[in-house]
Design a binder for this molecule. Structure first.
Ligand code: URA
Length: 211
């Protein structure tokens, strides 16, 4: 993939877990657990450039300079409803992160995405924002979610998806060259119904057991 702001995590553990996710025989309980585990593994890598600062402590032996996380605090923003499945995985790494929510629908006439729900931490403009959505398909809702979050003054945005379609990557990276995108794999294409091929079907239905 020729997009400098896209990182694909081809780690064996992530790839193995994505294969299990794809299997139609994987039930909701295991599917949910896998989404959470993959989100945690991806979060670990995605947050490797968090800024650090030095400070002094006394060990039982001597005084020394050590490092801790500095400055930018984190906000996770799952896109409703599938992004919810990824929240606990990333929170297990950064329990103090704030969590906002954004919900979008597509106007049937104009096809424009609209927010139907948006509740974000008050200080979100001072935070590093990680947007979560397991499936980056057309890139329409991802792009719109980033637009809405930028409107709240956020400048430091990362977008995490588990499976991405090439069409979605092209759209979001063209619309938002300042955003860094992370995914577990890039699939072949979208089908005529907007599903990722080979994909894993409808992530929301599989997480929540609604079908
Ligand atoms: N959303 C899904 O849940 N699955 C797809 O394949 C595409 C979008």
């Amino acid at each position: 993939m020729e997009h400098p702001q896209v990182t694909v995590y081809d780690h064996p553990l992530i790839t193995h877990k994505i294969s299990l996710l794809r299997d139609e025989n994987t039930g909701s309980k295991q599917f949910r657990e896998l989404i959470e585990e993959i989100a945690m593994l991806m979060g670990y890598e995605t947050l490797r450039d968090l800024p650090m600062e030095e400070y002094q402590i006394k060990t039982p032996i001597t005084t020394t300079t050590v490092k801790r996380l500095a400055g930018k605090k984190l906000a996770l923003v799952p896109i409703l409803r599938t992004g919810l499945g990824m929240v606990s995985g990333v929170l297990s790494l950064v329990p103090s992160a704030k969590v906002g929510h954004i919900g979008l629908y597509r106007d049937e006439k104009t096809l424009e995405p609209h927010e139907y729900y948006c509740k974000l931490p008050e200080d979100i403009s001072n935070r590093l924002v990680s947007i979560l959505d397991p499936m980056l398909a057309t890139g329409g809702s991802a792009s719109a979610a980033i637009d809405f979050i930028k409107m709240r003054g956020c400048k430091n945005i990362k977008f995490m998806s588990i499976i991405a379609a090439p069409e979605g990557i092209r759209k979001v990276s063209a619309n938002h060259p300042d955003v860094q995108f992370y995914c577990g794999c890039v699939d072949e294409r979208l089908n005529d119904n907007g599903y990722i091929v080979p994909g894993l079907g409808d992530a929301g239905d599989r997480i929540f057991g609604t079908k």
